[in-house]
Every structure is written in structure tokens, then in C-alpha cells.
Design a protein around this ligand. Structure first.
Ligand SMILES: C[S@@+](CC[C@H](N)C(=O)[O-])C[C@H]1O[C@@H](n2cnc3c(N)ncnc32)[C@H](O)[C@@H]1O
Length: 398
């Protein structure tokens, strides 16, 4: 499969280490396309941009859900409430996948009483397929893994297929753009930039460029939100980590360093678009800006799981559960980790615990349905799926 890694290295901005799941995926595509050799598949990738995009979608999947790392949206909401609403607030969701992130951002703005004329969201992704889903404004059942905050509940409406539909006023705030972060040049600066769980898939030169880009495209006093496992070098930027737990938020200091040419334009171009921040009271908005705080056990487990280190994730979770045995989110993650290792019986025990602790947890119910399917127990699978579908309605009656 080194041939495939070599193709990824030359033709994409993705990390191109050989990987068992990529091999399995390539074999499946070859079977579907009627190709006999890897050389034929690589030739097909060279000739067919659609096939190349399908491979990209597999290597960097659209794993996302509504209000992922809820603390980030509490931080965003507080910052929006304190900002100057007479100026348009610009937000970027880079690597927006199927839309749950921009939907959550839009609902946060709606909860602050803002309209599309006051709040605009750029939703950018590499994949046309992901952007097609984003434009529907619908979040699937699997994108509903953590409870929607009470303040955002009224901006999502359940569909008959178990999805959650974003309020049209929120959808009107979102503009989608297909672009590659390895080459994209923003046309303006942003008050808030989300780039979460994207860098983990990128190769070193692209990560390096992205770190600088985030620093340059964020307005003075703006905020940048990253994912747990996004190892980006921000040393060359004036972004400073805040100490807010779980939010992974960085604050752009007001002073812009006199550095070299920006990654996306000349310094004169930059001056012309580096407009003043729309946020007021910035010195008091994030009073506790310090360097990285110690990370709790659950977050350590999430980081390890996100970067594929399942043994470390399992170890951190066991330590966490010894202290907090009824933390249902930890049991959910434990179940997912067991499933990823094909330990189906252990996973089933974890998901059953979750449903006992939190009967409306749709992810646990859907996982139990999948496990019942694996066992050939279609009746139980159907019962779990029915319960999962009903959770969407029952959550809304809360
Ligand atoms: C795991 S999802 C993250 C979704 C969302 N940001 C979140 O945290 O829930 C990663 C997304 O990054 C996108 N992506 C990966 N490489 C990209 C690139 N070079 N340019 C633009 N988008 C990219 C993928 O298509 C995918 O939708």
C-alpha cells in the first residue's frame, strides 16, 4: 500500500502514513470499480477528481456532532453577548463537515437575538458531499450525541426521520465554500474562527501553514477554537491559550507582530482587510488568559481516542470512572473504544450502563441496536432504534 501513501503524499494535504483502514477502504473501492490492482486504482485517482475526493472523505471523515465540546459554545455565547451588535460579526467554521458545527454556532447567535444581517458564518470544507448536507440545515441522529443546551433548544426542530432541522433564520446566516485549507486565502478577517478536529488529518507543511493562517485571519481580540487533538504550532502567532476547561479556545492578543509576509497575501493587502475587532470590552471578556492548564482524565481520554491511541484512552477512562463511576459520557466513550477494538461484549455492557444512567442517550441506543444487528437479533435492534428515534421527541418535551 506504499503506492497509495505515496499518492496521498504528492496529491493531497493529508497525513499519508500507511493505515489499515485506508487499505481496507482502497480494497473495497477497487472491488466496486472492478479494478484488479492497486496501480489501476492509483491511475483512476489521477484521472477522476471525484474518486480522489471519495478517498479524501475517507481519510478525513466528517465525524462531527451538535455542540461538540459544549464549553466552547458557552465561551462563544458569552463573547457574542458582550460584542458590539451594530457591526457584523464574522465567524469561520473551517472543516465544517456535514454542518453540525456551523449549525451550533448559528443557534448560539440566534439565542443572543442576532439576525443574518448581524452575524455571518463561513462554512468551509474540502468535500462537496459534506457541504451538500450542510446546506440542508439538518443534523442526523448520530450528530445528536450531547444534549442541546436549553438556550439553543428552540432553534432545532425534529423531523419525522429523527433529524434535527436548524431554524431557517440560522441557516440564512451560513454561506458554504468548497476549498482546500492547504491553499485557501481568506478574503477578510474573522471575529471567531473554529478549526476543530481538522489539523489531526493534515501533513506537517499544511499544519504549519494553517497555524499561521489562523493567527492572521483572526481579528485582534478575536477567538480561535481548536479540537482536543489538533497539534498545531501557534508559536509564530499571537494566539494565546485561555484556561477555560474543555473549550480549547485561543485568544488573539491585540498587538500584531511585525512578521514576514502573511501566508495568504502581501502585508499591504493585509493592512487593507485587517479591520478593527467588533468585540467591545475585550480586556474584561477573558480575564483569565494563561498558558495551557492541566488536562483532566476524561479530556485526556478524548484526546487519546481522537488520535487513535485506544490503549491510552482506555487507561485514562478507567482512572476517570474509578473516581466518577456514574459519568455516562465516559461510559459512552468507553463503549466506542471497546467497539473500535471489536470487544463487542464489553461495549454492550458500557452502552447498557449508559442507558440505565441516561435513558434518552441516542448514541448508546443506536450502538446497542448495531450490536443487536451484529448478533442477528433484528427484533432487539428495531426496539433500540425505535427508542433512539423517540429520544429526539422526548428531549424536546423537557
Ligand atoms: C472530523 S471533521 C471535523 C468537523 C468539525 N469541525 C467538528 O469538529 O465537529 C474534519 C473535516 O475536515 C475536512 N477537511 C480535511 N482536510 C481538509 C482540507 N485540506 N481543507 C478543507 N477541509 C478539510 C474534512 O472534509 C472533514 O469534513
Amino acid at each position: 500500500m506504499n503506492q497509495l501513501s505515496a499518492w496521498l503524499a504528492v496529491n493531497t494535504p493529508l497525513e499519508s502514513e500507511p493505515h489499515k483502514f485506508i487499505e481496507l477502504f482502497a480494497n473495497e473501492r477497487m472491488r466496486l470499480l472492478g479494478l484488479n490492482t492497486l496501480t489501476q486504482y492509483v491511475e483512476r485517482l489521477n484521472l477522476d477528481p471525484r474518486e480522489a475526493q471519495i478517498l479524501h472523505q475517507h481519510v478525513a471523515p466528517p465525524e462531527t456532532w451538535l455542540f461538540r465540546y459544549i464549553a466552547a459554545f458557552d465561551v462563544l455565547r458569552e463573547a457574542i453577548l458582550k460584542s458590539d451588535h451594530s457591526k457584523v460579526i464574522h465567524v469561520a467554521s473551517l472543516g465544517c463537515a456535514t454542518g453540525s458545527e456551523p449549525f451550533s454556532i448559528a443557534a448560539t447567535a440566534l439565542s443572543c437575538g442576532l439576525t443574518k444581517d448581524q452575524f455571518q458564518i463561513l462554512a468551509l470544507d474540502y468535500s462537496d458531499d459534506h457541504l451538500d448536507i450542510t446546506r440542508t440545515g439538518r443534523a442526523s441522529a448520530l450528530a445528536q450525541r450531547t444534549p442541546i443546551p436549553k438556550w439553543a433548544n428552540e432553534f432545532f426542530h425534529p423531523t419525522t426521520q429523527g433529524q434535527l432541522q436548524l431554524d431557517p433564520r440560522g441557516l440564512a446566516m451560513i454561506t458554504t465554500v468548497r476549498a482546500d485549507l492547504a491553499t485557501w486565502q481568506p478574503a477578510r478577517t474573522y471575529d471567531f474562527v473554529f478549526c476543530r478536529n481538522v489539523a489531526i488529518y493534515l501533513n506537517s507543511p499544511t499544519k504549519k501553514r494553517l497555524g499561521r493562517l489562523l493567527g492572521e485571519m483572526t481579528k485582534p481580540n478575536g477567538l480561535v477554537f481548536l479540537g482536543h487533538a489538533d497539534s498545531l504550532s501557534l508559536e509564530d502567532t499571537d494566539l494565546k491559550r485561555s484556561e477555560i476547561d474543555h473549550a480549547f479556545v485561543f485568544f488573539k492578543a491585540k498587538k500584531i507582530p511585525q512578521s514576514s509576509t502573511p501566508v495568504w497575501g502581501t502585508s499591504s493587502q493585509r493592512q487593507s482587510i485587517a479591520v478593527k475587532s467588533t468585540i467591545t470590552n475585550s480586556p474584561t471578556r477573558s480575564p483569565a488568559i494563561v498558558m495551557a492548564p492541566p488536562i483532566d482524565l476524561f479530556t485526556q481520554a478524548q484526546i487519546a481516542a481522537d488520535s487513535g491511541n485506544l490503549a491510552a484512552a482506555e487507561k485514562a477512562l478507567l482512572a476517570h470512572l474509578a473516581i466518577k463511576p456514574t459519568d455516562s459520557q465516559a461510559h459512552v466513550l468507553f463503549g466506542c473504544i471497546q467497539m473500535a477494538q471489536n470487544k463487542v461484549a464489553e461495549a454492550e455492557r458500557s452502552f447498557t450502563k449508559v442507558v440505565y444512567l441516561e435513558p434518552l442517550n441516542s448514541l448508546a441506543l443506536l450502538s446497542l441496536a448495531a450490536i443487536s444487528d451484529l448478533r442477528g437479533d433484528a427484533k432487539s435492534a428495531e426496539r433500540f432504534r425505535d427508542r433512539a428515534a423517540r429520544t429526539v421527541v422526548e428531549h424536546r418535551l423537557d
